[in-house]
Design a binder for this molecule. Sequence first.
Ligand code: ADP
Ligand code: MG
Length: 245
Amino acid sequence: MENNYVVELKDVNKWYGEFHVLRNINLSVSKGEKIVICGPSGSGKSTMIRCINRLEEHQRGDILVKGLALTSDLKNIETVRREVGMVFQHFNLFPHLTVLENCCLAPIWVKQLPRREAEEIAMSFLERVQIPEQALKYPGQLSGGQQQRVAIARSLCMNPQVMLFDEPTSALDPEMVREVLDVMVELANEGMTMLCVTHEMGFAKQVADRVIFMDRGQIMEENEPGQFFDNPQSERTKLFLSQIL
Ligand code: ADP
Ligand code: MG
């Protein structure tokens, strides 16, 4: 490995058919770094995040996770998916499995852990997100905030090197946003490497090392949160901030 970046994007370009959705994206994420990504709807934030664990395929440039290049090599994709945790806007829990089973699935089937051990690990993470008492319930019996905390715990059970969040609180009722953000702040304080697409600017100010503004498939601006919010450089960043703050 030539450096210590956990995630590296080098001149990444992606098209959906004719539509150029990611344009020359360059981004290097160090171990323990927290990056918040914001920008208007349709600017390519989800696409970029999804490319990092190959839920989407890029066409040009390089994406490396811990130095391993994401190509069509299935072995690399499998390795990278073990290292990269992902939390979606709509939780994406398996509705027919209990909370505990949701958390144990990948550790048992991907990591081949014995069930007992997987359950112990799962319970320890459910305790960390403060819902151990929900372990035997089904996702549909939980509130949105609780489901999202399960989704975070489920990712953590794989011991990922980096966590990707794609608008984890934007499908939640307002009173549940805080409980999910609190878990994310705690994770950040514990040193997790994180890329978070979110418009929760309080969160960005609290934990981000860098805030990235995307527009029309490009990284338009990037700065530490103090500068980003108090002294935005481009007109588009200013306009965007004036709309959300
Ligand atoms: P964001 O997360 O910033 O809102 P997305 O990455 O979801 O943006 O989408 C960027 C653009 O790509 C949008 O214009 C969207 O309509 C388009 N797009 C997203 N997914 C697909 C797809 N699977 N096929 C074609 N176009 C897509
Ligand atoms: Mg999106």
